[in-house]
Design a protein around this ligand. Structure first.
Ligand SMILES: Nc1nc2c(ncn2[C@@H]2O[C@H](COP(=O)(O)OP(=O)(O)O)[C@@H](O)[C@H]2O)c(=O)[nH]1
Ligand SMILES: [Mg+2]
Length: 343
């Protein structure tokens, strides 16, 4: 999964990116971070495997470039297009040393500025495609009707990710277009720990429109992430932040992308895997390897909470807590799964 960090220039994108990457070096503005997961930590302490692997998530720092008309350059759009979700950074911090590209601080305007640009990009793309379909006399095709409906949504001032009743079929039809506003948004409200403009109007707007957001102190969280673990905890207490920016961003990302984690354990490896909520056992198996999905026989499943409560596989077996599930079983967040397969 990968998330592009976007926003107006000087809104704190690179600062947030560095806060997320910590001391890890990034390559070409891309960083892969481990999804912090206490379950993996605890299972690893129990199984003492040769290898412990966390789920990962990729963040991309984008430097927004504008073309002559003031819209996003095509290079910028390409960078955004291949992401699963957009993290929109909005500046609320006051800092006289950092000029605002639009002259003054106005978080709601800035957010709308970015979103409008994304919407225009989608609209132009849809209009072009509709034209083409018209030329081919395909006005009655499912594709035409679906795109026309999406255009209507955009024309009414809403982003595509605000559509609640989009069907799987429609989603499939439009997936190839990689529309920008169909991607889920996480709005990052970037505050200064001392002096910021009031984010309340922006927050009210985000709530009204069902956009997810988190509040961060970008600059100081960047500094925190350079610290040792112990100092970090103390520093965070001091500024009243209970969870690291990585943790908060990632849990939001899982929430908006509707993802869950399942686990595999053993002497060789303890590992967390990511899959969409609602995945079947065979789909989850496919996340590990296509062979496991193809040769799927059954899944032996125990929930993490049960396992930790009992303390061992032996105890779980005695109590009958290890279930045998078939291909269509719906995987739950925190399931520990042993796939039986034959290829
Ligand atoms: N005071 C303060 N300054 C910040 C904060 N976040 C970013 N800055 C400063 O704003 C400037 C622009 O930040 P940067 O991350 O480079 O913005 P970008 O252009 O969106 O990547 C830098 O000088 C940062 O140090 C903040 O929370 N508080
Ligand atoms: Mg930058």
């Amino acid at each position: 999964m990968n998330i592009a960090i976007i926003g107006l220039n000087q809104s704190g994108k690179s600062t947030i990116f560095r806060a997320v990457s910590g001391s890890q070096p990034s390559k070409d503005g891309i960083i892969t971070v481990k999804v912090p997961d206490e379950r993996v930590d605890k299972l690893s302490a129990i199984f003492k495997p040769k290898k412990t692997t966390y789920a990962t998530i990729e963040f991309k720092d984008t430097n927004i470039e504008l073309d002559e008309g003031g819209g996003f350059s095509s290079k910028t759009k390409d960078k955004i297009r291949n992401s699963d979700a957009l993290c929109i950074v909005v500046r609320c911090f006051k800092n006289d040393a950092v000029p605002h590209p639009l002259g003054n601080l106005d978080p709601l305007r800035d957010f709308n500025e970015i979103v409008e640009e994304l919407m225009i990009t989608d609209m132009i793309q849809i209009e072009k495609r509709l034209e083409r379909l018209k030329k081919e006399s395909k006005q009655n095709s499912k594709e035409f009707l679906t795109l026309a409906r999406l255009l209507e949504v955009l024309n009414s001032g809403k982003t595509l990710n605000q559509i609640k009743n989009i069907t799987d079929e429609e989603r499939k039809i439009v997936s190839g277009f990689k529309f920008l506003t169909i991607k889920p948004f996480i709005v990052v409200i970037n505050l200064d720990e001392k002096e910021s403009v009031d984010p309340a109007p922006l927050i009210a707007y985000l709530r009204e429109n069902n956009y997810s957001y988190i509040k961060v102190y970008g600059k100081i969280e960047e500094e925190i992430n350079q610290l040792d673990k112990e100092d970090r905890a103390e520093f965070m207490r001091d500024i009243g932040v209970s969870e690291s920016i990585i943790g908060r961003l990632i849990s939001k990302a899982y929430e908006i992308l509707n993802l869950i984690s399942f686990l595999t354990v053993g002497e060789d490896e303890v590992r967390a895997w990511t899959t969409p909520r609602g995945s079947s056992a065979v789909e989850a198996a496919g996340k590990i390897h296509s062979d496991i999905a193809r040769g799927f026989i059954r899944a032996e499943v125990i929930h993490y909470d049960d396992f930790i409560r009992e303390g061992s596989y032996k105890k779980c077996r005695e109590k009958g807590l290890i279930r045998t599930e078939g291909k269509t079983y719906t995987v739950k967040d925190g399931d520990i799964i042993n796939f039986r397969f034959n290829v």
